[in-house]
Design a protein around this ligand. Structure first.
Ligand code: ADP
Length: 246
């Protein structure tokens, strides 16, 4: 893991652009600081560039132009598997041949956490997502929503420095989604881990976040604390999009 330098934001995007086809920019010009410990949501309509932004941070896509710094150093110096990021993407693939408990234990095993600690941390993580009794099951024996919660437990169990989530509660029913929103918020408060959370759901972004970056058409239209977005939206798009949640 890279050392922590309090003088730098945890992550800094400067002039980042991305094209997939060499013709159209899906991220047009991104300048964004992510502060240590904040819960930042990337909010915007489908196709506005949120997932692409997260993929570049995760290291699954490279920027076409610009630079991303992690702790003040080019992020490319830290290979993706050493970034110590917890991730939950839309395809929350679990290892099908491992039990639920083994799936959640996996990030601890690869980090060589002592065996004696693994069981208790896995149990705690599974309790958090209300899957306490399901550790011995295989993923195929769980519903889609339950599998998604296993992925959440696996992303959080090793207390990562940064948690990247892309619509992580999308497959859950309303009641469970609201429960998980509260749990994630509480976890954020307890652990002080930095969250970058992609959603197209205004209500979700506004309830959970310290700050919200409102995306449209490959650009951040506004990035501000929730109250400020409501009180002083910078343009019609933000006013309309944020206002939709009320
Ligand atoms: P969002 O997360 O806001 O829905 P995305 O970042 O997924 O937006 O997509 C932004 C644009 O980039 C969309 O027009 C999408 O079709 C395009 N896009 C995303 N991923 C790829 C890819 N792997 N190849 C080509 N185009 C892509």
């Amino acid at each position: 893991m890279s050392p922590t330098h309090p003088g730098h934001p945890l992550v800094r995007f400067t002039g980042v652009q991305k094209t997939y086809d060499g013709l159209s920019l899906v991220v047009k010009s991104l300048d964004l600081d992510i502060q240590r410990g904040e819960f930042l949501s990337l909010l915007g309509p489908s196709g506005s560039g949120k997932t692409t932004t997260l993929m570049m941070l995760a290291g699954f896509e490279s920027p076409t132009a610009g630079e991303i710094l992690l702790d003040g150093a080019p992020i490319t110096r830290t290979p993706p598997h050493k970034r110590n990021f917890g991730m939950v993407f839309q395809n929350y693939a679990l290892f099908p041949h491992l039990t639920v408990a083994q799936n959640v234990a996996y990030p601890l095993t690869v980090r060589k956490v002592p065996k004696a600690d693994i069981a208790s941390r896995v149990a705690k993580a599974l309790d958090m997502v209300q899957l306490g009794g399901k550790g011995d099951r295989l993923p195929a024996q769980l519903s889609g929503g339950q599998q998604q919660r296993v992925a959440l437990a696996r992303a959080l169990v090793f207390e990562p420095q940064l948690v990247l989530m892309d619509e992580p509660l999308g497959a859950l029913d309303k009641q469970l989604r609201e429960h998980m929103q509260i749990e994630l918020k509480e976890l954020h408060r307890q652990l002080g881990v930095t969250f970058v959370y992609v959603t197209h759901d205004q209500g979700e972004a506004l309830t959970m976040s310290d700050r919200v970056a409102v995306f449209n058409d490959g650009l951040i239209q506004q990035i501000d604390p929730v109250e400020k977005l409501y009180e002083t939206p910078v343009n019609r798009f933000v006013a309309g999009f944020v206002g939709d949640s009320t």
